[in-house]
Each structure stands twice: as C-alpha cells, then as structure tokens.
Design a protein around this ligand. Structure first.
Ligand code: C5P
Length: 315
C-alpha cells in the first residue's frame, strides 16, 4: 500500500525519578509511563518526489527538519536507502490533538508513528524491539511511544519493560495554553539544585531502579488498585517546575480538593493530570475546577488510560 494512517497516543508519567548523570549528558531515570487515548492521527503517503513534506493544522507545530516526524523519515531513508530509492519521498499529515510542549510526548509519539508507518509502507518487517532501537536515536520517549501501554522505562528512558495493562482509569489533562516548559531547562535546573543527591555508583543506580521495580506503585498497577496508584504518583521535576509556575501548583491543589484518585504534573510539565474512576466523574470534576479557576487559557481533555502505543487505523 502507498499510504497508512496511524493513531499516536500521548503519555503521562505515573513515576518520574531522576537517579543521576550519564556519560552522554542525559540523566539516568526510572519512570513508569502510561499511554492515554488522547492522540494525534498521522497520515503517511509516498509522494512520488524525493522530498519529505509535513502538513499540520496547528501553527505551533514546526514543519521543517526540527520536527521529530521529519527526523523519523530522514532516519529511515538513511538506514534503508534502497527502500527510500524505491518508494521516493514521503508526505506526512499530522492531525494534532495532543497539546504542544506539554510534557505529554506529543512530538515523540509523532516520530514513533512515522517509524511504524514507514515500516509498514516499505514492508521492512521490523519488530517492535528493532523499531524501539531506531526510536531511541530520535529521542528518549520515542521507544515507549512505539509500544505504549503501561511500562517501566529506565536508562535515558529508552529501555522499556511492559507492566500489566491499565484501562479502567480516566485521566483529566489540564494545560494553560499560555504556558510552556522547556524540557532541557527543567532537567538542567534539577541538576543545578539537586546534583548533590545524584548517584554516581553504578550499583547504587541499579538498586534505585530495582526499588521501583519491586515497589508499591508497581504492586498497585499489578493489582489494579486504583486508589493506591493515585496515592503513589511521583515526579521529581515538580520540585523545579511548581515553584516557577505557581498556576500549575494551584491546578494540582484544585484537583486534589475534588477528591480525585491522584493529581500530578506529567513529565516536565506544564500539563497536570488527575485520575478518576469514571468518565462521568471526570467530566463533573472538569466543570468544578473550570468554575473555580475560571481562566480562559486553561484547557481540559478527558481521556482514558490505553493499553497500546502506535496502531494502524483505517483511512
Ligand atoms: O531525549 P529528548 O530529546 O526527548 O530529551 C530532551 C531533553 O531532556 C534533553 O536535551 C535533556 O536536557 C533532557 N533529558 C535528560 N535526561 C533524560 C531525558 C531527557 O536530561 N534521560
């Protein structure tokens, strides 16, 4: 086939812990990542030229070679030059539903979608682990976005181990459209303030990772204990972002006052998520928090945890 459409879900972090510095300049992390069914649709088509062309209705999305979707095509062309010659250039249209610069891996999931789409379109037959390895060349969150669901991510974030699926939890996402947080800024500020706590010994780093593997949140996920999951949310980057962005902190407090299962910032923010047991409850909490904060820049989405990453859809 000459064209494919893919659903590319956003992610939230249920756990984000910074362990130390890595030799490659990144941070050693241990995270628990969760896909949600708020996602972008990516259409991918051989265009009969030698060009990579990007289209998106959202003006915040760059359409040049800085976009991970573009980089994903360029990477596949470089790795598989014979297929690139056979099939020619690629048109990519992104239907953007995931908020941009939000801590929801919107850019990463687009890059992941393009890798999966080209694998199908060029009949390369790459496996998920092979696609994840290619994804790690594009960005730390791309490998998770490929397989999705519920996973522990370690290393730079690119080493993925699946956990049992969560699907019965509803997720409110809330973001101020006038706020954006730079991920490098958040990590670099964390390093400046907390590097005295960094683990430098490899064994100690392993033991910190192991603690999460055998820890309470993983047990709660395995037992599908939604209350415990809500109670055990954790994100080191809140220590940096919340003092700098009090509105984000107030949003978390507003959700907690509505007795959600739990509320936290996702990734490096500024999106806040809140967990609920039903869609009805999620919608009613959105109304209440919207009324109490009453800011036209504050936008809400109601989604559900979902057990997959990139999937091909009818087009
Ligand atoms: O890998 P990605 O390009 O998504 O990372 C964005 C930025 O986040 C990096 O440039 C770095 O500043 C920070 N980061 C980090 N350690 C990680 C992942 C990301 O310091 N494991």
């Amino acid at each position: 086939m000459q064209s494919y459409s893919l659903f590319a879900p956003a992610k939230i972090n249920l756990h984000l812990e910074i362990i130390g510095d890595r030799a490659d300049g990144y941070h050693e992390l241990v995270m628990i990542m969760q896909s949600v069914n708020l996602g972008d649709i990516i259409h991918i088509r051989a265009n009969g030229t030698d060009k990579i062309r990007l289209y998106c209705q959202n003006p915040q999305v760059p359409l040049d070679d800085s976009n991970l979707a573009y980089k994903a095509v360029a990477l596949m062309q470089k790795k598989y030059p014979q297929s690139a010659r056979n099939f020619g250039g690629v048109d990519i249209t992104i239907e953007k539903n995931i908020p941009v610069a939000a801590g929801l891996a919107g850019g990463s999931t687009n890059g992941a979608g393009v890798l999966v789409g080209i694998n199908l379109m060029w009949s390369l037959g790459l496996t998920q682990p092979e696609l994840r390895e290619l994804g790690s060349l594009l960005g730390s969150d791309v490998p998770f976005c490929i397989s999705g669901g519920t996973s522990i991510a370690t290393g730079r974030g690119e080493e993925i181990e699946p956990l049992s699926d969560l699907t019965d939890i509803w997720v409110i996402l809330a973001k101020y459209s006038n706020l954006g947080v730079s991920t490098p800024w958040a990590y670099n500020s964390y390093r400046e303030q907390y590097n005295h706590l960094y683990v430098s010994d490899g064994e100690e780093a392993k033991s910190r990772t192991h603690k999460v593997h055998s820890g309470e949140l993983v047990k709660a996920i395995t037992a599908k204990d939604t209350e415990a999951i809500g109670r055990l949310l954790y994100n080191d980057l809140e220590k940096i972002v919340l003092p700098e962005y009090p509105a984000v902190s107030e949003l978390i407090t507003a959700f907690k006052q509505e007795n959600v299962l739990g509320s936290m910032m996702s990734g490096s923010g500024p999106t806040v998520f809140a967990l609920c047991t039903t869609e009805k409850e999620a919608n009613s909490i959105v109304q209440k928090v919207q009324n109490s904060i009453n800011d036209p820049n504050l936008h809400f989405w109601v989604a559900q945890m979902c057990p997959h990453g990139i999937v091909s859809i009818e087009h």
